[in-house]
Design a protein around this ligand. Sequence first.
Ligand code: UDP
Length: 331
Amino acid sequence: MNILVTGGAGYIGSHTARVLVNKKHRVVVLDNLTKGHQAAVKDLEFVRGDTSDKQLLKRLLAGYDIGAVMHFAASSLVGESVRLPSDYYRNNVVNGLTLLDAVVEAGVPYFVFSSTAAVYGEPMEVPITENHPAAPLNPYGATKLALEGAMRWYGEAYGLRYASLRYFNAAGADPAGDIGEDHEPETHLIPLVLKAALGLIPRLDVFGTDYPTPDGTCVRDYIHVNDLADAHVLALEAMAGGAASQIYNLGNGNGYSVLEVIKTAEAVAGKPIPVKYAARRAGDPAVLVAGAEKIKNELGWRPSFPGLQDIIATAWRWHGSHPGGYAIPES
Ligand code: UDP
């Protein structure tokens, strides 16, 4: 199938684009490169542009005879979203609607959406299933939920078929070693822990040690980026085979505390990692763990990297060979 991947030069989009190509799909990446990296799509058909550009979208959808869109292009930093809600609503909701309009006008039948566990807000129970009430605590989660709502009603009115995948904590890198995680600024735990191990930053700040968890630090469910990518492909294949629109959680169902992540990273790196205990970061729930039985049962999704150590090992390989991210070529 010919698939348009928006945000395909970003972290999760680039890994998914690669999995699609390996499965013999034809991929066209659309990315404005504000956060994405051209080097992440060097082997792919790439168009630099923005999801706000309806004429461009129409040209791409018709010109490449697109059969499905996978939509990763979005602003995705929780803290930034609280400071800049206008930017988040414009990029994630307004531009998302422009894309949805172009998709239904072009008659593209399938849409796979990059959503987030942030739609749930503070969990009432863990593991969190898809039936948990959605009550986002920040504009990032709210804007992702808003586009999910639009997708549902576009489905009712225009027949759009969609899958929305609510990711828990994406981590790791393609084991082949030439694409990985490179955010500027980097705010995520695993890349920062590994940068501290490499001496690229002086230490890792542990945000909060007084949470109601076994060791006082936040617990998260880390999922390998290629396992996320596989889920996108399965969701698309299911729809193409006649399945109805669905929302799926994506996580491994295992929670690891910040201290457990650091300990595991020390084992992978074979060296101690300097840390500093710091205050809580605003907006962090104590525990987020996915109930991901639905996608396992309905689509047969199985993670290839269910264990934290294996996930961190792939990230370690990427950071070790690309200490400057995409900016410095592999030596
Ligand atoms: N965290 C931390 N120090 C950091 C970055 C993150 O202690 O420098 C913690 C953060 O408070 C959260 C967990 O690590 O409990 C995962 O954070 P991340 O930003 O990777 O993902 P999030 O859960 O916010 O999506």
